[in-house]
Design a protein around this ligand. Structure first.
Ligand SMILES: *[C@@H]1O[C@H](CO)[C@@H](O)[C@H](O)[C@H]1NC(C)=O
Length: 998
């Protein structure tokens, strides 16, 4: 949901301020821009950018970081050493322990700490209770596996200046660690892919005591004895230029933001002083980088240091409640995943920067034409990235690919994969701020039925509560929540209610009383309970970093505690960046303290995940013996959030460009390990025109998470209100989604097993086809071979789809053969009622074609298989189908059906076998007796061979039984492919069977 809407005092204040400045739409932009920091308003970003400017401009820059040779040791897959950072001309150094871990998975990890802070030999200012160490617990929240050391990794070469370690599968990966200056080259098959500190931008701001200066002295004396760090002193001219606030910065280090920083009316006390970590990571020979969501920009990330079409600002990761976000921007949004993939023809590599503090990432590209190793004359492009975090460890994982799928799999191994959702969660979700009463909800529920619009979930935003007190109901408007829940349940539908982390600070509210008495809230810098403003007014924030807080949180969701909820109630966690209306950048002060006395600064980007996770676990323990997969939607997220639910892209607008922007945003989530993603259909703010609303439903039917939502000031827009022809067209989009649910669920299975995205961009499916690398407005769905290109422009009645290969492509709805050529675009007609959707030859996918009101009601329906052949009909096709009970964890014990379907055109046989090669004749593979009776009813073969003309039956063999099924063949005509339909095929879905067409 929403930032401060018109109801918030903060927003009202801004409105007053801005109305004087400009008219209608301009203020929105102004508000966002000024509400959030740019790099020059962030001390550590400014300092590191200035450091980079200096290093890159200098002709003979040398990084002041070197490994002390005698400190180095390689043992059991790990390299330990101490990096010495030279901090002044007299050669004084600071010790930075480094560990390079080579993992069994082939991933490498580089971790740098600071000895003084590690040993707590530092002093904090302002009597702070904060921890002295660099934050070293990010791993505890984020990493769930894949960290076993590669004990077969071995030093392959070593001399006084460097050593090379061979590691990974068949030792094809190599890391060359250079001692002085420190750098690492990561190679695959002998060729450098990734370089650390190649540009010399490594910077670990070490602890130093604050030297209180005497009263301001004349300019000339002021800098005496101050110019300490050789590395950083020369940067001052640059940083002085960059610093807008400090006109006459003296020569020497820019200390202006070391000890205190003010933004707006908030001052950060920074008890630990400057402590940023930064590193340049170069991708050698890579032109495209992707990932680091969430940003409203293209999938292929832009350069950030100015120039034509580039950004001026680094990409920023600092979870924030961004009001009406602007498009095509590197500014931060609600969630952060510091995982980046670099891609070139036939090669993907990547890094994961494990740091939860505020982070900025600069990206530049350079041409490298003189490289003697590059084949041919084509110049190579290198992408240079500069990662800058405010605090914490420097902790980076390196993935050497070579395929995009390797990257998502290895990343998934570390941070976990998408939780297998309940099947209903893939259906359509109907939300608005707000359904005003239980009667309102029941009325919407009835109307969806009346208009033949399937849906699974209806949502309640904050107004259902009694004065924004979570776990309560507005008793007048929601007099009978159980009655409401039961009506929904009668058609297998669910209710999602919002529960946010801010707890109203008021009397007679047991939840806040317990939060205080049990001491489970986030503290301010003095160590007292933090108080701030959010929806309820004065509020406190539950601190989900603490185990006791999570346990208490779980107790609140018990059915006898959160009265009015039932088994079909699930939860939406919003505002968990956290949003604090009167805080700096609408969030918490960085010097707030969390469980264990870690500063908020250290854990900010983790906050949303720990809260969502607490809710997820709470929902698993609502009732003993009732264990189902929880559904929790989150707005804020971090690497690992995929393990506990879905996300959406936050408060977008009812505008065509926001519809357009949603697609690269959702694709970016997918390749960054968190594919259960969607954008608010219709746009949150404003009122979409009917064409826009319709097009948005057509696009939303292809978001992994499909929810319509609207702001409290927006007109009602339940899809049946649109009127004809819109209502019919939207209903068709909803039904398309529902008929394809088996294929969506199968795609989620793949995401769950190995981190594969659910919707896939072209570079992911066609890693060798360079023309597709920057495309982010079309995508494939799971393993179906369905290629979608939603219409996102007003008045457009056609789209150009880029065709990545030589396969045959058919229109999904008409079976028209699309006249395609590899690497060329083809124009498809797409009047309002048409979703541009192609089927790629060579695939088989499953549907359920009987229209129902909800996914639950489809549970025992028979399946339709669509077999899509190449032009000559002799081609092979394959696909798969995953199904389980859709709600419990029995699938973890093998209680599921996962079939592989193969059509062999030469033999004319369609065959079903267990996807994992389990022997289902002897072992239990199918789940539940009821499922044993579910059959494949219909098989559609698109591109059926001409020799099938006149055929009346096909032969089916299933579990030792044989029978004939009817087939109808329709010859090709006017560009439409020939197709055949087998009816009442009748084989059981969970078993082996063949259909013989010969
Ligand atoms: C999630 O909650 C469980 C149960 O309290 C806890 O063990 C785990 O550490 C939490 N993980 C995250 C990421 O918050």
């Amino acid at each position: 949901m929403h930032v401060s809407g018109p109801t918030s005092s903060r927003w009202t204040a801004y409105l007053g301020l801005l109305s004087a400045l400009s008219a209608a739409f301009a203020p929105a932009v102004a508000v966002k821009e000024h509400d959030f920091k740019k790099c020059h308003q962030s001390g550590f970003c400014t300092r590191n950018r200035a450091f980079a400017d200096h290093a890159l401009a200098a002709t003979s820059w040398q990084s002041p970081y070197s490994i002390a040779p005698e400190s180095a040791e390689f043992k059991d897959g790990q390299y330990h050493a101490v990096i010495l950072k030279t901090i002044n001309d007299s050669g004084d150094t600071v010790r930075l322990p480094i560990t390079v871990s080579f993992l069994e998975s082939g991933t490498a990890r580089v971790t740098v700490d600071e000895e003084k802070r590690q040993k707590r030999e530092i002093e904090l200012r302002h009597d702070s209770k904060a921890r002295k160490e660099r934050y070293n617990e990010a791993e505890q929240w984020v990493i769930v596996g894949g960290t076993a050391l590669d004990t077969a990794a071995k030093v392959d070469y070593e001399d006084k200046t460097q050593l090379t370690v061979k590691y990974g599968p068949s030792s094809k990966f190599e890391a060359t660690i250079k001692l002085s200056p420190f750098s690492i080259d990561f190679k695959r098959d002998g060729a450098t892919q990734i370089k650390f500190n190649d540009q010399g931008l490594l910077n670990v701001e070490h602890w130093r005591p604050k030297i209180e200066k005497p009263a301001p002295a004349p300019e000339s004396e002021k800098q005496e004895g101050e110019s300490s760090e050789s590395a950083e002193s020369a940067e001052s001219t640059e940083s002085a230029k960059a610093e807008e606030t400090k006109e006459e910065e003296p020569k020497g280090e820019d200390e202006s933001t070391w000890w205190e920083e003010t933004f707006g009316s908030n001052t950060d006390s920074k008890p630990r002083g400057p402590e940023s970590v930064a590193l340049d990571i170069s991708f050698v020979g890579y032109e495209h980088v992707y990932g680091i969501p969430s940003h409203a920009g293209p999938l292929s990330l832009k350069q950030t240091r100015g120039g034509d079409g580039n950004y001026q600002e680094p990409y920023r990761l600092y979870n924030a409640d961004v009001f009406e976000y602007i498009l095509d921007s590197p500014m931060t949004l609600y969630g952060a995943i510091p995982f980046m993939q670099a891609h070139r023809k036939d090669s993907s590599v990547g890094v994961f920067w494990l740091n939860a503090a505020e982070t900025w990432i600069d990206i530049t590209k350079s041409k490298d034409s003189k490289n003697p190793l590059s084949l041919g004359t084509k110049s190579k492009t290198n992408t240079h990235t500069h990662w800058i975090s405010e605090s914490g460890l420097l902790d980076v994982f390196v993935f050497l690919g070579p395929t995009p799928k390797d990257l998502t799999a290895k990343y998934g191994e570390l941070t976990g994969t998408t939780a297998m959702p309940e099947e209903f969660a893939l259906g359509y979700h109907q939300c608005r701020w707000n359904y005003v009463s239980d009667e309102d909800v029941k009325d919407v529920d009835r109307k969806m039925d009346k208009f033949g619009m399937p849906y699974d979930v209806i949502w309640l935003d904050i107004e259902y509560t009694d004065e924004k007190k979570y776990f309560t109901w507005d008793k007048h408007m929601f007099a009978d929540p159980i009655g409401m829940g039961k009506q929904l349940d009668s058609h297998g539908r669910k209710l999602v209610t919002i529960i946010d982390p801010h707890i109203k600070n008021t009397d007679n509210y047991p939840v806040v009383a317990e939060l205080k008495s049990k001491d489970l809230a986030v503290k301010n810098k003095e160590g007292n309970i933090f108080e701030g403003w959010c929806w309820p007014g004065s509020s406190h924030w539950v601190d989900a970093f603490g185990p006791a807080a999570r346990e208490w949180w779980a107790s609140l969701f018990k059915y006898d505690r959160f009265k009015g909820t039932m088994e079909n109630t699930w939860i939406w966690n919003d505002m968990n960046e956290p949003s604090v209306f009167n805080g700096p950048e609408t969030t918490m002060p960085k010097d707030n303290l969390h469980h264990g006395n870690w500063e908020h600064r250290d854990v900010h980007n983790l906050n949303g995940m720990t809260f969502q996770n607490a809710t997820y676990h709470a929902l698993q323990t609502r009732k003993p013996g009732e264990l189902r997969r929880p559904f929790v939607l989150t707005r804020a997220f971090f690497a690992g959030s995929q393990r506990v639910g879905a996300m959406w892209t936050g408060d977008n607008q009812a505008a065509w460009d926001h519809l357009q922007a949603s697609i690269p945003m959702v694709l970016s989530q997918g390749i960054s390990g968190f594919p259960f993603a969607g954008a608010d259909v219709g746009g949150f703010f404003g009122n979409p025109g009917k064409d826009l609303l319709t097009r948005w439903y057509q696009a939303g039917a292809f978001y992994p998470f499909f929810r319509g939502h609207a702001h409290i000031d927006a007109r009602r827009r339940e899809p049946y209100l649109a009127g004809e022809p819109y209502t019919t067209i939207i209903a068709a989009a909803l039904r398309l989604r529902y008929s394809l649910l088996p294929s969506w669920y199968t795609a989620f299975r793949h995401a769950h097993i190995d981190g594969t995205p659910i919707i896939k961009p072209m570079f992911y499916t066609h890693p060798a086809d360079e023309a597709g690398f920057a495309l982010d407005d079309q995508f494939f769905v799971g393993t179906t071979g369905l290629l979608a290109k939603p219409v996102t422009e007003e008045g457009k009645e056609s789209v150009d789809v880029w065709i990545p290969d030589d396969e045959t492509y058919y229109d999904y709805f008409t079976y028209q053969v699309v006249p395609t050529a590899k690497g060329k675009s083809v124009t498809l007609r797409a009047p309002l009622e048409k979703i541009p959707l192609l089927m790629r030859g060579g695939h088989i996918f499953a549907r359920r074609d009987t229209p129902r009101r909800s996914s639950a009601l489809m549970k025992w329906d028979p399946y339709t298989l669509v077999v899509v052949l190449g032009k000559n009909g002799a081609a092979k096709a394959e696909g798969d189908l995953y199904a389980d009970d859709g709600e419990s964890y029995e699938f973890e014990k093998g209680e599921y059906v996962h079939r592989r379907f193969e059509f062999d055109g030469a033999r004319g046989v369609l065959e079903s076998s267990d996807f994992e090669g389990r022997d289902c004749a002897t072992k239990k593979c199918a789940w539940m007796d009821q499922m044993r009776e579910v059959t494949i009813d219909t098989v559609v073969i698109v591109g059926a061979p001409a020799k099938w003309a006149g055929k009346k039956t096909v032969h089916v063999e299933n579990q030792g039984r044989n029978w004939d099924a009817r087939i109808e063949y329709t010859p090709a005509a006017e560009g439409r492919a020939a197709f055949a339909v087998v009816r009442k095929m009748g084989a059981r879905v969970g078993t082996d069977w063949t259909v013989d067409f010969s």
